[in-house]
Write a new protein. Structure first.
Length: 528
């Protein structure tokens, strides 16, 4: 657990907010009933919104590290409960291997490094607590299980999978412990139904007859994705873990072994059915709501999928005795898998790092534009270099910065940022200010203070500038401010022997814009 915490905090400490996190930061900063209970996609997000609001008030918006620390704490606690759950079934050393596989489940890098996934992490933690509480077998622990399930559902709708697990556990023990225990799952589901009727029904979803019909295939692919992630068989690209050729055959072999074991034992242990029910509920609900970005191999599904797969495995192995050689082989295999799974974790971290550079640079540009930018200005993917900032309105963002501080690069930090970030900062600035340019004007006499361009750049200050092209042929105006390797802004196709007029609004930075032109020879730049 200490090693996992060190790795995750080290990888995530320099990152910033990403994608859906901005919806909470921009639109749910105040603890109104609507902000707390409105669904996000199809999920209830009561506790994640409260966490965001508390973090803003305690720590501000400059860093996501406080939320990352909480996420890591939830992941560690979940692994500890998985260890306890597995130790009751297969012994301490095999349980340790299971917990370690979960701690370093690299293909689930979104869940391990992105604090927004606290919804899944919290629902999984309190779902595990509920399963363990039900095993203790008395009324006090049943009440605790009911409370844990309520909390799990308040983190996200993933809690529905654990509600099904609770229902199966209660119903299969109704003869020995009576039907009165139904409140364990009935009360949380009733509260969830109240939320759904009041707020959740308004959520957009992709439920369709087509998704229902193809759901068995989706569930199968989800199970193979879980196996791939647990055994480090998949590869990573963008946000999806690639399928391996081994996942499906291995899953078929494991199912055959499980069936054979059940036949030899004349049945399975009772603890298997609740986790099977949870896994089926999770994957079928995901299948019914399938859409772009919700593939079964998506990284954010693999933590829950891997967790449920491991719980199924330890229930199938319950009662098996492992000798010393089996334990040594298990330790070696676990170490090998962890080593391989650190690769997709690192690659996921690299993805977040790239997004962090673009996010801080683009938002830094909006802050530099300041009052010049329209409040409704949005960061389009073409300008921002990423699709994950398109929901941020400049006015709302600047208001949040005034209240809680800035996660963006300062002008000095932006000047030292990676080139891709500086390039897109120039594009954002040009569109946010915005820069104004008129081209293909007829040639006119030079007026004002004029400078003849040479091969280098010419520094421009705010105000109006006129560029006179004296040579024939096609011409272009080129601009950059923070970028150094290229000109992000080009106005091409300007007729030769003509005039272009450029207006640069004033903003919060003293850094000049740098003007280039083609052809430079004979071109005259005049300040009016």
């Amino acid at each position: 657990m200490a090693a996992a915490a060190a790795v995750l905090l080290s990888y995530g400490s320099d990152l910033t907010f990403f994608q859906d996190s901005w919806e909470f930061l921009m639109n749910r900063r105040d603890p109104s009933v609507a902000n707390l209970l409105e669904p996000h996609n199809e999920h209830i997000v009561l506790i994640p919104v409260l966490i965001t609001e508390a973090s803003l008030r305690l720590f501000g918006m400059e860093s996501m590290t406080p939320e990352l620390v909480l996420l890591v704490a939830l992941l560690l606690a979940t692994a500890a409960l998985v260890f306890v759950y597995a130790r009751r079934r297969i012994g301490a050393w095999p349980a340790l291997f299971v917990a370690v596989l979960l701690l370093f489940l690299g293909p689930a890098w979104q869940d391990l490094l992105w604090p927004f996934q606290v919804g899944f992490a919290g629902a999984a933690l309190f779902g595990m607590a509920m399963l363990l509480a039900l095993e203790n077998g008395d009324e006090r622990w049943d009440r605790a299980a009911c409370a844990f399930l309520v909390i799990s559902l308040a983190f996200s709708s993933l809690g529905l999978a654990f509600a099904v697990a609770a229902a199966i556990d209660v119903l299969q023990r109704r003869r020995e412990r009576g039907p009165r225990r139904a409140y364990v799952f009935a009360v949380p589901l009733a509260l969830y139904a109240v939320w759904y009727l009041g707020w959740g029904h308004s959520a957009e979803n992709n439920f369709s007859a087509h998704n229902v019909l193809v759901s068995p295939r989706y569930v199968w692919e989800g199970l193979t994705a879980s196996l791939d992630s647990v055994l480090a068989l998949g590869t990573i690209f963008d946000e999806v873990v690639g399928r391996s050729k081994w996942g499906a055959p291995l899953l078929i072999a494991l199912l055959a072994l499980a069936a054979y074991g059940g036949w030899r034992r004349r049945g399975f242990f009772a603890g298997l059915w609740p986790v099977l029910g949870a896994a089926a509920t999770f994957w079928f609900l995901a299948a019914f709501n399938f859409g772009p970005g919700r593939e079964p191999y998506s990284s954010r599904y693999l933590y829950v999928g891997g967790l449920l797969f491991l719980l199924i495995a330890v229930n199938l192995l319950r009662g098996v005795r492992f000798n010393r050689w089996a334990l040594l082989a298990g330790a070696a295999l676990t170490a090998l898998v962890v080593g391989f799974n650190l690769v997709p974790l690192r690659e996921g971290r690299d993805f977040f790092e790239k997004q962090t550079v673009l996010t801080r640079a683009d938002l830094g540009a909006i802050e530099i534009a300041g009052r010049s930018v329209e409040p409704t200005f949005l960061l389009s993917p073409e300008v921002a270099g990423t699709v994950f900032l398109s929901g941020i309105e400049a006015g709302e963002y600047l208001q949040a910065v005034d209240e809680y501080g800035s996660p963006a690069y300062s002008p000095a930090a932006l000047a030292a940022a990676p080139e891709e970030g500086r390039t897109h900062a120039d594009l954002v600035l040009a569109n946010a200010l915005p820069l104004g340019i008129e081209t293909d004007l007829p040639a006119s006499p030079a007026a004002g203070h004029c400078v003849r361009l040479s091969a280098g750049d010419l520094a421009l200050r705010p105000g109006e500038t006129t560029i006179h092209f004296r040579s024939g042929g096609e011409a272009s105006v080129q601009l950059r401010r923070f970028a150094s390797g290229e000109y992000p802004l080009r106005s091409v196709g300007i007729a030769g022997n003509s005039t272009a007029r450029l207006f640069i609004p004033r903003d919060r930075s003293d850094r000049p814009w740098l003007l280039g032109a083609e052809p430079a020879r004979g071109t005259l730049v005049c300040r009016g």
